[in-house]
Design a protein around this ligand. Structure first.
Ligand code: FES
Length: 312
């Protein structure tokens, strides 16, 4: 954990504030890579994940926070209460959405606040001469988070739905990608799911598709049943009732699993699965990873088999 000071808070648009987080007491902040996010610990136990969107070599971090009218309070606190000079606790950066390491072309598809992880990715491409294209869908011109530094680039397309009268043509954007392009998508769940399904229809290799969800899909718990978890290291059996999560049952029995979002988005609680069939309910693992049945998000997923054996 790191203690930081909110050294700057600025409105980038009417709905998005950018925070600059500087180390407290001269403590150095860890290095990070494009696509990384941090957990921000807010009052009342709220933990929120935000992509880092500033310069890679800076001595401070920058995050952009969108006002969410229907949110659970995190964005309201940051927008209405948090002021410059306040102290915050943050996690070290984690990266579940990294740039691939070869020099293949990158196609970035962003919608709304989902542009944030792409800002350092674009910078990385520019500094390494890696070919890329960015398509950025926004509802109206005043939502644009990109500075002219980016929008003036020929390979950056900002699609403003209000002015252009239609949604971004995702199919056309995907169709224009070269066969060896790595495709990265971030934005609202509907946008990500559209990109993933259209890419599948176009035969895009799933290994070349990379996505980061910001929020969970509503999870249907109507068919939840009870099951057992076996702790591989001790053989202990933990019963998971139909009205509790695997995480709660594990914690009640003294097993610690690190968690953050607790809704299947961030991947922090992913635990190796040695045996059994999980009922995956997270949006973190890809379909291919879920089919491998070798790990499970214990915060939200359940079991289709009577017992799961976890490598704990
Ligand atoms: Fe985030 Fe489980 S804690 S996916």
């Amino acid at each position: 954990m790191y203690q930081v000071i909110v050294s700057q808070k600025e409105a980038v648009t009417s709905r998005v504030s950018r925070l600059t987080l500087s180390p407290k007491d001269g403590q150095a902040l860890p290095a990070w890579s494009p696509g990384a996010h941090i957990d921000v610990f807010l009052p009342d136990g709220m933990i929120r994940q935000y992509s880092l969107c500033g310069a890679l070599d800076a001595q401070h971090y920058q995050i952009a926070v969108q006002w969410e009218e229907q949110g659970k309070g995190g964005s309201r606190y940051i927008h209405q209460t948090l002021q410059p000079g306040a102290e915050l606790t943050i996690s070290e950066p984690r990266n579940h959405f990294p740039l691939t390491e070869d020099n293949s072309p990158c196609l970035f598809l962003a919608a709304g606040i989902g542009i944030t992880p792409f800002i350092p990715m674009v910078e990385a491409c520019l500094s390494s001469n890696r070919p890329f294209k960015l398509s950025y869908a926004i509802a109206k011109a005043s939502d644009n988070l990109l500075s002219e530094h980016y929008t003036s680039l020929a390979n950056v397309q900002v699609h403003d739905k209000a002015t252009q009268g239609a949604r971004l043509d995702i199919s056309a954007v995907l169709a224009a990608a070269t066969a060896n392009s790595d495709i990265f998508v971030c934005g609202p769940n509907g946008f990500i799911n559209d990109v993933l399904s259209l890419a599948a229809q176009q035969g895009v290799d799933p290994a070349r598709l990379h996505r980061e969800f910001f929020t969970a899909e509503p999870i249907d718990h109507s068919d939840d049943g009870s099951f057992e978890v076996e702790i591989a290291s001790t053989g202990q059996i933990v019963s998971v009732g139909k009205d509790e999560s695997m995480l709660e049952a594990l914690e009640d029995n003294g097993f610690f699993v690190p968690v953050s979002c607790e809704e299947g988005v961030c991947g922090t609680c992913i635990t190796p699965l040695l045996s059994g069939e999980a009922d995956h309910k997270d949006v973190f693992l890809t379909d291919k990873e879920k089919a491998q049945m070798d790990r499970v998000a214990v915060c939200c997923s359940r079991a289709k088999s009577p017992r799961l054996i976890l490598d704990l």
